[in-house]
Design a binder for this molecule. Structure first.
Ligand SMILES: C[S@@+](CC[C@H](N)C(=O)[O-])C[C@H]1O[C@@H](n2cnc3c(N)ncnc32)[C@H](O)[C@@H]1O
Length: 200
């Protein structure tokens, strides 16, 4: 829940989202994107769920994949579209304003890869169950689901510490003044990265 609130704070100002996320994850997210994209190959069809400002979408397109990025936030998508055009990758990407609840409209066995980076943690349990069933249907045989999301600290004290440390970090991009962050806080949670074969 705490992560959900922090993400919502960042998403409320999409123009500062990327900077804020980098601060919040202490720079570790770029490495996670890099690792995840290493599983994506040229000409594969990729669906990026909750693509946001396109961090993963653009990286996948750069590898030569044909990518569809979906998101419910039109402002995040606007930034993603601009970035794709600036990077000359727009021809390999289709950004669509749609939610995971509309995945029923996607053709069965039509994607080699489905990705979700920091989106699953924003879904309700019902949405997540629906999404995973839809992903299983739309993935080709031997397709893969690649996920980056957070590991929630198991104990309450660690969760509280995590919240106390991260709340100010999430607020930094909202401040007008420039703040130099010179201290690295030991966090009680980390990013996880894993891949799951799409068995049929
Ligand atoms: C924390 S951001 C992650 C964005 C991007 N994947 C990244 O790695 O930076 C979560 C994104 O999921 C989107 N999102 C939340 N609920 C969604 C839903 N039901 N369907 C589609 N996108 C959703 C939000 O609008 C937001 O852009």
């Amino acid at each position: 829940m705490s992560t959900y609130i922090l993400m919502k704070i960042l998403e409320s100002t999409p123009s500062r989202y990327d900077k804020g996320l980098r601060i919040l994850t202490l720079g570790r997210l770029d490495q996670a994107y890099y690792d995840l994209v290493s599983y994506i190959e040229e000409n594969q069809r990729v669906l990026d769920l909750g693509c946001g400002t396109g961090a993963l979408t653009l990286r996948a397109a750069k590898k030569g994949a044909k990518v569809k990025g979906i998101d419910v936030n039109s402002q995040m998508l606007e930034i993603a579209r601009r970035r794709a055009t600036e990077a000359n990758l727009a021809q390999n990407i289709a950004f669509c304003e749609m939610g995971v609840g509309e995945l029923g409209e996607e053709k069965s066995e039509s994607y080699d890869v489905v990705t979700s980076t920091l989106c699953f943690s924003e879904l309700t349990e019902d949405e997540l169950v629906f999404t995973l069933k839809a992903v299983k249907r739309i993935l080709k045989p031997n397709g893969v689901l690649l996920v980056i999301d957070e590991v929630r600290p198991s104990s309450l004290p660690k969760r509280m510490l995590n919240w106390l440390v991260r709340f100010p970090l999430a607020m930094i991009p909202r401040l007008k003044r420039r703040i130099l962050l010179g201290i690295y806080f030991p966090l009680g949670s980390g990013l996880i990265f894993h891949s799951t074969p799409g068995k049929h």
